[in-house]
Design a protein around this ligand. Structure first.
Ligand code: XMP
Length: 519
């Protein structure tokens, strides 16, 4: 985003590089991630960062050909912080030494203060309890520092765990300040941004006005179509666009019949009735269910839904006529160019469905006002725009909807059972005050029937699985640790209240090796 003081993050392929950017954004500092191999001196100068952070990464600095940032990073006259691999690359480039072959240090470690640590602004608020808990993940380590550097902190496995040249404002740490397991890491990043002179100009209040101005500049007097899914990203995109261009926005809500309980009414009620946004509600459930009839293979389901979705969207867009722009809720994690550790393309585990390909087919330009934002920033922006809290804080919901939570054949009967069970589960989670601690929760209806006894009779009904995970970005996930009481109560309620289910199981698989959705 032009116009904001930039903290540039140079990525060497660490799994947690995005967390650096997110921690900085939480500090109201605008940050962008650029892969090391997409930068040279000219590009660096054009970006004009106020500070640079070198990320961690899987490579090994002593290996010939291992990646380095452009040398100009150290000539910009701005503070530089190297993290893990970034520390070692910095040390190597500035004349120190890095060696492999030491015992790897992985996980928790204690960082003890060393040298004249108290004098430097980087230490404000640190080491107050004597030492700091930090999270390490490295095999190589620094064995000699560059000229001008001194040791600020040591750990049992890393005598140069934290080093720096306070005169040039170059700092380098072996541990990861961006992860939660380094509790005071945020403080370290805050100190770094303070000494770099960031004014904290990145707020969603300011962004709202900038985004509105940018939309107006891009769209001029044109008309825009925006697909609503019921999710928070498309909702925020729509409300922002409506503020920018009023009734020249038309929203299209494709109801594929695979939505959750009351979802269609909620979306239509909010956008058409509350915000007065022109909205086409295309109820195409019969068409989608007919196309899904007999389709059981997960990828075939996804492709069928994706293809029909584009078809319906195109038809509806055609009825409006003359829209030159298509709005999409693309987020920053979707556009970050990532450095692949293996260098090769990754395997497709699931084809995600979106309206990709449509803009070219329909000759429309894209408007993507959330392209610079992380999910938590989209939520903050939604609050700025006055979207109701229960809408803004919603769990993510996949484009193919309940079809991928219904392994095997998708039928109206199964969907009705699934919807009812899911509503009970979510109600339980809300009643127990757990909704916001969970990244995503839902019920999957299993394609198995089992025998039960209800009252005095025999039942032969479906089994379902409860799924609830914690996650940062959906890429990895942990099972949410419900109590037995909660699980027992939920199972009783589902079997008691939902006709068609007589057995409840709990899915306790993390991702990897599982995925969050069942298909
Ligand atoms: P998996 O199942 O791959 O899901 O672990 C990771 C996250 O992505 C969501 N998901 C989708 N979102 N279109 C979407 O918009 C899709 O086709 C799709 N498939 C999965 C899933 O709900 C989870 O949050």
């Amino acid at each position: 985003m032009a116009g904001h003081q930039l903290c540039l993050i140079i990525d060497f392929g660490s799994q947690v590089t995005q967390l650096i950017a997110r921690r900085l954004r939480e500090l109201n500092v605008y940050s962008e991630i650029h892969p090391f191999n997409a930068l040279d001196g000219d590009r660096l100068r054009a970006l004009a960062p106020r500070a640079v952070i070198l990320s961690g990464g899987p490579a090994s600095v002593p290996e010939p050909g291992s990646p380095r940032p452009p040398a100009e990073v150290f000539q910009l006259g701005v503070p530089v912080l190297g993290i893990c691999y970034g520390q070692q690359a910095m040390v190597d480039m500035l004349g120190g030494r890095v060696e492999g072959g030491h015992a790897a240090e992985f996980g928790h470690a204690w960082l003890e203060p060393a040298g004249r640590h108290g004098d430097d602004p980087i230490f404000s608020g640190l080491f107050e309890a004597g030492r700091e808990a930090v999270w390490m993940s490295h095999g190589d380590r620094v064995t000699a520092m560059p000229d001008g550097f001194e040791v600020f902190g040591t750990s049992p496995g890393a005598p140069f765990a934290m080093i720096g040249d306070a005169r040039r404002h170059f700092y380098a740490v072996m541990f990861h300040p961006e992860v939660h397991h380094t509790p005071n890491g945020r403080r370290l990043l805050e100190n770094f941004t303070r000494l770099a002179g960031f004014s904290g100009d990145w707020t969603m209040g300011a962004y709202r006005d900038e985004a509105i101005a940018a939309i107006r500049a891009q769209v001029g007097n044109g008309r825009v179509i925006c697909g609503l899914s019921g999710g928070v990203d498309s909702a925020v995109t729509a409300v922002l666009l409506h503020e920018a261009i009023g009734d020249r926005l038309t929203c299209v809500f494709v109801d594929h019949g695979l939505l959750r309980q009351n979802e269609a009414q909620e979306v239509v009620g909010l956008f058409r009735d509350h915000y007065n946004i022109p909205l086409i509600h295309a109820d195409e459930s019969a068409r989608f269910l007919a196309a899904l009839d007999g389709v059981t293979e997960p990828e075939a389901k996804r492709k069928t839904i994706g293809r029909l979705f584009v078809e319906v969207f195109e038809e509806q867009a055609g009825t409006i006529g003359g829209a030159a722009f298509l709005a999409q809720g693309t987020l920053y994690p979707d556009v970050i160019e990532s450095v692949s550790a293996s260098g090769g393309p990754s395997v497709t585990i699931k084809s995600h469905h979106n309206v990709g390909g449509l803009p070219e087919r329909m000759n429309m330009a894209l408007v993507e006002p959330l392209r610079a934002l992380f999910k938590d920033e989209v939520r903050a922006l939604g609050r700025e725009l006055g979207l109701p809290e229960h809408f803004v804080g919603r769990h993510p919901f996949p484009g193919p909807g309940l079809a991928i939570r219904c392994p095997g054949e998708v039928t109206p009967e199964k969907l009705a059972i699934l919807r009812a069970a899911d509503a009970v589960f979510i109600d339980q989670i809300r009643r127990h005050g757990l909704y916001d601690d969970i990244w995503q929760a839902f019920v999957a209806l299993l394609p198995v029937k089992s025998v039960g006894v209800m009252g005095d009779g025999r039942s032969y009904d479906y089994a379902c699985a409860l799924r609830a995970v914690t996650s940062v970005d959906g890429m990895t996930a942990d099972v949410y640790p419900f109590t037995h009481d909660f699980l027992r109560e939920t199972a009783n309620r589902i079997v008691g209240e939902v006709r068609g289910i007589n057995r409840v199981t709990w899915d306790i698989t993390s991702k990897p090796p599982g995925t969050i959705e069942w298909e």
